[in-house]
Design a protein around this ligand. Structure first.
Ligand SMILES: CSC[C@H]1O[C@H](OP(=O)(O)O)[C@H](O)[C@@H]1O
Length: 365
């Protein structure tokens, strides 16, 4: 997407692959800082600290982490060490395992001499494919926004989204934001309710930054406001992302998504999940019991960072010293609360049959 008029992907290589460039998302929207990842450890820590975040971008960063590791050790043992270091960075987004297994299968049984070039080519393919997948999700999701506009017969289509499933979570376009960007391109009047998304504020900081840069009307709201808006007819549809969706359509996404889905169901608001095929976990069925939910440090909840009036970034405590804090980073929305899954191949029901019809090659394997 564009920042200050210049087009960027969220990750790219420089210096013949010795450097992997990305944005430090922890500093947005206050500072646009490019970061150079130069080693396996740099890539691993970028994922663990959420310098980069979002399922597809986590996968791409891990893929380039393997490339950086192979510069030092292209052996099978070197590949395994890279895999083991990266797989334990964050447990929930399935793109991490998907990307690492794809890199490993592309490299094993290859002569050591050609492994480095092949690794970078595979990581670049993962990124290029993600751009195409997200653009296709945008095209299919556009039809949903267009239909909402026709139903309304006037005024902006009000879309509610949670967290950041945008360009910053992927390589370009985003997943949940891609239909919004395509609607803007088609001249459809769209407005976005942006859930702030405590505690890391991916919505207030990242989605609001993205939409502002693209000139899309939006309003940042507290996480607890969405249900009220739906009760008063102020939300035409919800579109959220996912970090892992099971083969029967249970959706794991940022904490708070489940509560939004409940409110949508109670108020008859369509609730869509933008779902790249790279985020489907075909090995599991029951999301509540089988998806690992990341628990992050409580300090992410008890502290808030922001910019002071004179431009300094400050962090303050918002709870009494010593108050324990629980920080579950994701929850699971059962498929029954999902109106439809917006995949790169089209919109399908959140059912095993729906996903099998769209991805028959996966369902049969
Ligand atoms: C398109 S994946 C976006 C997905 O990732 C976010 O989690 P995090 O910021 O912790 O990596 C959130 O669940 C988004 O929906």
């Amino acid at each position: 997407m564009r920042i200050d008029g210049r087009h960027y992907r969220t990750i790219w290589t420089e210096d013949d692959g010795r450097t992997v460039m990305t944005f430090d998302q922890r500093l947005l929207p206050h500072e646009l800082r490019l970061v150079a990842l130069k080693s396996l450890e740099d890539a691993a820590q970028a994922i663990e600290t959420m310098l980069v975040r979002g399922a597809p971008l986590i996968g791409a960063t891990a893929a380039y982490g393997v490339c950086l590791a192979l510069r030092d050790d292209p052996s099978d043992e070197g590949i395994e060490r890279a895999f083991e270091r990266l797989i334990r960075t964050r447990p929930t987004a399935v793109n991490l395992r998907w990307a690492l297994e794809r890199m490993r299968s592309a490299l094993r049984n290859q002569p050591h001499g050609g492994r480095l070039e092949r690794a970078y080519a595979e990581a670049a393919r993962i990124c290029d494919e993600d751009v195409a997948i997200c653009k296709a999700i945008g095209d299919h999701g556009l039809a949903l926004i267009r239909a909402a506009a026709q139903r309304k017969g006037g005024g902006p289509v009000n879309v509610l989204t949670h967290c950041n499933a945008g360009w910053l979570a992927t390589i370009d376009w985003g997943t949940a934001t891609a239909p919004i960007y395509r609607a803007q391109e088609e001249g459809i009047d769209v407005h976005v309710w942006v859930d702030e998304t405590r505690p890391r504020n991916q919505g207030a900081a990242l989605t609001a930054f993205e939409l502002g840069q693209q000139g899309i009307a939006h309003t940042v709201i507290a996480d607890n406001v969405g249900g009220h808006l739906m009760q008063h007819g102020m939300v035409d549809l919800c579109i959220v992302g996912t970090d892992r969706t099971t083969r029967r359509g249970d959706v794991c996404n940022k904490i708070g998504t489940y509560l939004k889905a409940l409110a949508a169901a109670d108020n008859g608001v369509p609730f869509y999940v933008a779902l790249p095929s790279t985020t489907i976990d075909w090995t599991i069925e029951d999301g509540l019991r089988e998806v690992p939910i990341e628990q992050r440090d409580g300090s992410e909840l008890t502290r808030v960072s922001g910019r002071t009036a004179d431009g300094r970034i400050e962090t303050v405590e918002i709870t009494p010293a010593g108050s324990p804090a629980g920080n579950w980073a994701f929850d699971v929305t059962p498929a029954r609360y999902v109106t439809g899954l917006v995949t790169e191949r089209g919109v399908c029901p959140a059912t095993a049959e729906g996903l099998a019809a769209v991805f028959p090659e996966q369902a049969e394997s």
